[in-house]
Design a protein around this ligand. Sequence first.
Ligand SMILES: Nc1ncnc2c1ncn2[C@@H]1O[C@H](COP(=O)(O)OP(=O)(O)OP(=O)(O)O)[C@@H](O)[C@H]1O
Ligand SMILES: [Mg+2]
Length: 453
Amino acid sequence: MARPKVLYVCQSCGYQASAWLGRCPECGEWNTLVEELDKKTGGATRQVGLSSGVAPRTMAAIDVQKSPRMATGIGELDRVLGGGLVPGSLVLVGGDPGVGKSTLVLDAAMRISNSGRTVLYVSGEESAEQTKLRALRIGEAGDKLYVLTETNLEVIVRAVEKLNPAIVIIDSIQTMHNPELPTAAGSVGQVRECTARLLRMAKESGPSVIIIGHVTKEGAIAGPRLLEHMVDVVLHFEGDRSYSFRVLRAVKNRFGSTSESGIFSMEENGLTQVANPAGLFLEEHKAAVPGAVVTACLEGTRPILVEIQALVAATPFGMPRRTAVGFDYNRVTMLLAILEKRLGFALGNQDAYVNVVGGMKVTEPAADLAVVTAIVSSFRDQAVPPKTLVLGEVGLTGEVRRVGSLARRIKEARTLGFTRFIVPHSREAELAGQAGIVAVYSVSEALAAIWQS
Ligand SMILES: Nc1ncnc2c1ncn2[C@@H]1O[C@H](COP(=O)(O)OP(=O)(O)OP(=O)(O)O)[C@@H](O)[C@H]1O
Ligand SMILES: [Mg+2]
């Protein structure tokens, strides 16, 4: 068989060249030429969608009973997937090196195989023995879990046709290659071609495919952005290597909400689910220390209580230093400016350090008031009274703005023993008449309320 011809196609204007060029002669863009197989000369078709041999059907005639979701057995993963894996779907799991992607997916594979379904785990990164070692760490694998160490995608597709598994796992897409393309595994063309082949396989013969993808230094899934469009679900597995907790988030989900997240803890015997994460970060919280304030953040739809710490000290140099760990640096400087200008705190000659305890990253403005309170508490060397929760977004004029799901956050804090809640004014009917709620309009009102007694 003659080797199919490879074309180099500009991703920006569609120009086709027979050799790779650094710059497209048509549109003048740099690094936009990507290799593709030429269909005319018999290369595998880059067919991305469904096969065209299917006649149109009326919506009413389509039977959805045939494709129930497959629970993976990991509650937190099912939660993020929207109830389990949809047969014939492609799920992409991305994450930093060593965060635990293989562990998570192998755990799911083992549980699914234990429920009697056939699972094929294809590893292009580790030997079968290494995969077995990881499996031993996690638990028992059923006899329906197959491991294949292979990187040639055509061989994998043939193995899938023979084995007919319910789930195929590809660890990772960057190690897979189509030998018809001249470039190395992991290149844009290879990643795209291999994903397109897997997509075709999934839609034609029905297994769910879980693809593990590497993440670039910038945090995007390595390879073309197109990859994220091709798959049905994109999950991000995140976590700080110095801490054991991990968060699984859905970035895209064609079959469910993307507002859910799964919380795990990395232990010696694999990932443990944290079903009730609200108090996860408060284990070491000691009440009544100047500079420490507890607030409630939303992770997905579940509130998690976090401790925010600040240290304010006179600067030994002319320029005050400001740092923020786990919170947006620019927001800290903005909040400091509000304290200076609107409330008259002389912070111009003070260093300020803000830290979110436990490695959690807080991106919600709902934590603003807690950061402000922590800074003031450290500055005055005056602890916030125990069992006090502080919540609210702070505006530039020093006003305290509303936050979403206030009632849910307060409810969770109450179960953890909090009794006093400094919160923005809200119309949530559920809160009316509840004990311990102090509704405030401004930062100055909030500070006065906190240290009133
Ligand atoms: N014996 C052990 N005890 C506790 N934690 C362990 C142990 N062995 C491995 N780990 C944890 O598992 C992590 C590796 O998990 P895993 O191999 O699933 O990550 P990955 O995301 O697949 O990485 P890669 O990108 O390299 O494929 C390690 O970083 C470590 O935190
Ligand atoms: Mg891995």
